[in-house]
Design a protein around this ligand. Sequence first.
Ligand SMILES: Cc1cc2nc3c(=O)[nH]c(=O)nc-3n(C[C@H](O)[C@H](O)[C@H](O)COP(=O)(O)OP(=O)(O)OC[C@H]3O[C@@H](n4cnc5c(N)ncnc54)[C@H](O)[C@@H]3O)c2cc1C
Length: 379
Amino acid sequence: MNFDYTPEQVELRKTVREFAQAEIAPQVMEWDEAQTFPLEVIRKIGELGYMGTIFPEELGGAGLGYIDYSIVIEELARVDPSVGLIVAAHTSLAANHIYSMGSEEQRRRYLPRLARGEWIGCWSLTEPEAGSDAAGTRSTALRQGDSWVLNGSKTFTTNAHHADVCVAMAVTDRGAAQHGISAFIIDKDTPGFRLGRKENKLGMRASATGEVIFENCRLAGSQLLGRQGEGFVDSLKVLDGGRISIAALAVGTAQGAYDEALKYSKQRKQFGRFISEFQAIQFKLADMAAGIEAARLLTYHAGWMKDRNQRVTKEAAIAKLFASEVAVRVAGEAVQILGGYGFIKDYRVEKFYRDVKLCTIGEGTSEIQRLVIARQLLK
Ligand SMILES: Cc1cc2nc3c(=O)[nH]c(=O)nc-3n(C[C@H](O)[C@H](O)[C@H](O)COP(=O)(O)OP(=O)(O)OC[C@H]3O[C@@H](n4cnc5c(N)ncnc54)[C@H](O)[C@@H]3O)c2cc1C
C-alpha cells in the first residue's frame, strides 16, 4: 500500500485551492443569496481541464483518475460546495455516462466540448414519482421509424437550466421492468425538450436544480445511449462513480467547515481564555478531524479501485454514506463552535451547514446507500 500523494497530485491540490480562493471565494455569498449559477467560473474551470478530469486527453479530458478527480471536487467544495456539485453532476454523471456507454461517434461528438467545459451536461434519472425507486421511471420513449419520441418529465436535475446536453432515462418497454429503461442524449435545442421549474433550495443554491420536460420530443435513432433496455442498469454503474464524487464533495465541505471552526476557536476568547483551550471544544475538533480523515481515505480507496477498473458498488456506497454523514455532523459542530456567530451569514459555516445536507440525499439517500451495501454483503 502507498498512502503518498504523487507530486502531480500535490500540485493539483495547490492549483485548485488557489483557483478556488481567487475566483470563487469572493463571490460565494452573493451567488448563494441570488441563486446565481456561476457560469463564468465554470468556463474557467473547463479551461483548466477540470470539467473533464477523468477523461482521456484525446477526448479533451485531463487524462487523470478518480483520486485526482476527488481532489478537484474536494478543493472546490472546500470553498463553495455548489461549484463542486455542478462539476460533479456534469462530469461523473452526464459526461461519464456518454464516455462509459456511448458509441465512438457519440464520444467524439460530445466528450471534447463537455470535457473542456464549453458545453455543460446534466443527467436526469429522478422523476416526481420515481426517486429512490428510480426503476419506477414513467417517462416514455416510443420508437417511430428511425426516431424516438420522448414524453414525460424529470425533477431535481442538477445543471438542467444551464445544460447544453441532457442524458435522460425513459421507459422503452414497460413489460421488461428494469431492463425496459433506456438512456438518451438530448441536445438542448431539440424541439419538445424544455425546462420547467427551477427549485428554490435550502443549500447548494448556486447550483441550479430543476425540471426537465419532454413533450413529443423527437430524437434521431443515434441519440440512444448504450444498449436499448439497459439504461437503468447502466445508470447504476454510472452512479457507482458518481457516489465517489459526492463523497469527495462531502469531504471538501466538511474540511471547509472544520477549517473555519479551528481558526475561530483560536481567536475567540470567553472566560479569559481562547475557546480552543476548553476540552469540550478540543474534543469536538478532534472528532471532526478524525471523521474527515477517515472519510477522505474511504473516498480515495474507492477512487483507487475505480482507477483499476474494479467494481466499486459497495466501496463507493460506503464512502458516500460515511463521508456525507460525517460531513453533516462536522458542519453542525462547526456552527456550534462559532456559537451565535455560526448562525449568522457573515461566517462561512452557516452556508456549509445548509449545503452539506444534500450529500446525504443526492445520488441515493443514506438509507439507499445502506441498502446497496447490505445487498453486496449478503449476496
Ligand atoms: C439538490 C439536488 C440535486 C439533485 N440532482 C439530481 C440530478 O442531477 N439527477 C437526478 O436524476 N436526480 C437528482 N437529484 C434527486 C435525488 O437523487 C433524489 O432526491 C434522491 O434520490 C431521493 O429521491 P426522492 O427525493 O424522491 O426521495 P424518496 O425516494 O421519496 O425518499 C424519501 C425518504 O424515504 C426513504 N426511502 C425511500 N425508499 C426507501 C427504502 N426502500 N428503504 C428505506 N428508506 C427508503 C429515503 O431514504 C428518504 O429518506 C437531486 C436532488 C437534489 C435535492
